[in-house]
Ligand binder design. Structure first.
Ligand SMILES: *Cc1c(COP(=O)(O)O)cnc(C)c1O
Length: 415
């Protein structure tokens, strides 16, 4: 949790989303207030279908042949959104049996669904096997459970080995490998794991390597993906059967402040093309897989609240809104951030016209942690006005403590 407030950082320049002539924010091409009225209430999360489509299409078209794009559902598991994403990507990655049910409901073939996560229960593993999806193994216990399920059903469980790499993804917002981790199998134990898979006669399909999340540095991503590839090849003598899928993770980040530059994709794509070409020779018949959550959906979502009260405390303006950290923990700075930084926030047109002021946007919870914007320059706002938090399509509602203080939940809509 962040305890020290850094100096205020305004999202200067233009809003991430367009406005109409009256200054009202546009969502899916329509004025925000109209969209909110149609959705029925604030606070709400709005996900822009057009933005989701454009991002996924552009990326998939830019991917070299032999590289598949998966959507990691935990970034945003809203069923309607996952259904939409399922039409745009090659596969879905789930992290629980609950996500698996939503993934199967989309109509995505089980062939293209995979399951990763520490602590998969026996029940979840059996469900995954029965559904016919690929399980990314993260312990020797999982091999035993799937071996028994395979024997009972007469169908070999599909498995890949999730590797805890001997390195971490440099400069990533959240590191998921390197050192001692609960995720995956330590690289030094992978030979034993491959032997265990062979002995249990499971259907080996490849490897899953996820080094970290929220990375904006292309050089770090390129280096990690190349290392992952080389690492997998080191075990080639031990593969129980040919590799069909080599998941190199993802971790592509999105900018949250004006000082962060968007990820430069060109070098990442060049590297993937080179790796795919090598895989054509080293691993014939295998696909490379890139699994992304935040990068695909993060910039397509906006969290919308309404101003309930406007207070001035010792010279500082506070806009008290009807939503907050209980719906959007990440925007409050309490979702693993080391330093709290404001998400891009804007007031939709109030009709007052143009006057700017420095204000803090706070939620209704009785805790100082409930802070959506710390002393940002915003348009003047009054009770009834709408305040939007951008870059909110990933790790929003589902990653927030919604029961905390028993306020109403946030509505979600795909627009
Ligand atoms: C969380 C997670 C992802 C998605 O990460 P993003 O940073 O949202 O792209 C992908 N794969 C695994 C295994 C994860 O745990």
């Amino acid at each position: 949790m962040s305890t020290v407030s850094p100096p205020p950082a305004a999202w200067s320049g233009s809003d991430p989303w367009p406005r109409d002539a009256s200054g009202e924010l546009l969502v899916g091409g329509r004025p925000l207030a109209r969209v909110v009225d149609a959705v029925g209430s604030t606070p709400c999360y709005l996900y822009d279908r057009g933005r989701l489509t454009r991002r996924a299409r552009a990326l998939r078209e830019a991917f070299p042949a032999g590289v598949l794009l998966h959507y990691a559902m935990k970034a945003n598991p809203m069923p309607a959104l996952v259904c939409h994403m399922a039409t745009l990507v090659d596969g879905l990655d789930v992290a629980s049996a609950g996500e698996l049910r939503v993934a199967l409901d989309t109509g995505m073939p089980a062939e293209h669904i995979s399951f990763a996560g520490p602590g998969k229960s026996d029940r979840e593993l059996e469900q995954a096997h029965a559904a016919g999806i690929l399980v990314n193994l993260e312990s020797f216990r999982e091999v035993g459970v799937l071996a028994r399920a395979s024997e009972r059903s007469g169908t070999r469980a599909r498995v890949a080995v999730r590797v805890n790499l001997p390195f971490e993804l440099k400069a990533s917002g959240m590191k998921m490998s390197g050192g001692a981790r609960q995720f995956g199998i330590d690289a030094e134990l992978v030979p034993d794991m491959l032997r265990a898979i062979r002995e249990a006669d499971l259907a080996f399909e490849g490897f899953h390597m996820f080094a970290g999340s929220q990375n904006l540095r292309h050089a770090a991503i390129v280096e990690a993906q190349a290392k992952c590839y080389d690492q997998a090849l080191e075990w080639s003598d031990l593969f129980p059967s040919p590799v069909r899928s080599l998941n190199l993770g993802g971790g592509f980040g999105i900018p949250y402040t004006p000082t962060e530059a968007p990820l430069d994709l060109a070098p990442v794509l060049d590297n993937l093309a080179a790796l795919a070409e090598r895989a054509g020779k080293d691993l014939p018949g295998a696909h490379l897989v890139i699994e992304l959550g935040r990068y695909l959906v993060g910039e397509a979502g906006v969290y919308v609240t309404r101003v309930v009260d406007r207070k001035i405390s010792r010279g500082q303006v506070f806009l008290v809104v009807d939503g907050g950290m209980h719906h959007h923990l990440a925007a409050s700075g309490n979702f693993g951030q080391v330093l709290r930084r404001n998400y891009p926030v804007a007031v939709s047109a109030s009709g007052e016209g143009g006057e700017r002021e420095v204000a803090s946007v706070v939620g209704p919870l009785c805790t100082p942690l409930d802070l959506l914007a710390d002393r940002m320059e915003l348009d003047h706002a009054e009770p009834g006005d709408l305040v939007a938090v951008f870059q909110s399509g990933a790790y929003g509602r589902s990653a927030s403590p919604r029961a905390f203080l028993s306020h109403p939940d946030a509505v979600e809509a795909l627009v």
